[in-house]
Write a protein that binds this ligand. Sequence first.
Ligand SMILES: [Zn+2]
Length: 221
Amino acid sequence: MFLDFHTHDARKEAGVQNIYNVILNAEAMADETWKNREAVSVGIHPWYIDAARTEETLHYLEQVVGLEVVKCIGEAGLDKLRGPDLRVQEEVFIRQIRIAEAEGKPVVIHCVRAYPELMALKKALNPAVPMVIHGFSRKPELAAELVSGGFYLSFGKAIRDKPYVQQALQEIPAKRLFLETDGEAEIKEIYSRAAELRGITLAELQEIIRQNYSTIGLINK
Ligand SMILES: [Zn+2]
């Protein structure tokens, strides 16, 4: 089984289980067909924070967080290159972490150029729920720092051609690793590349990822 931790691609593929990301906006709140999927993550993406609707959207999130189909909260987080002022992003992010905490579900994190802020925030809040940074595409030194800060990292298409991301993937402890397409790659290709880089078999890699899904409560043991 190939487990795609994060995608925006609604297609279904044999042998693949994915967590489909629902960006909470007016449309997703009006058309709830996403509730019929197998597994979703639901949250307010920092790019799409709409100050006028934030309270309404958070309230909606509180109502759906307990659904069986909702596996994670997110993607949520901080982005210094896009979206509203970082203070606003932080507030919306913190509110979502608290909702995740109340339900005991992992948080899927979108982070761009705001890693110091993200690490400080986790230290201050010290959430008990797993925090998974999706689409990790930075250097091994940062990966190591994040791992010691307790984060999990999900790797995707950047492992195809970025040597420093490949090195980060090679060095991260197996128990902190997830893989994803973000809807922009084939999960089977990501798995074979990752297995090759780590010098293990595809079956061994699949077992590692399955274990990690189990560790953070996404599948039963
Ligand atoms: Zn995404």
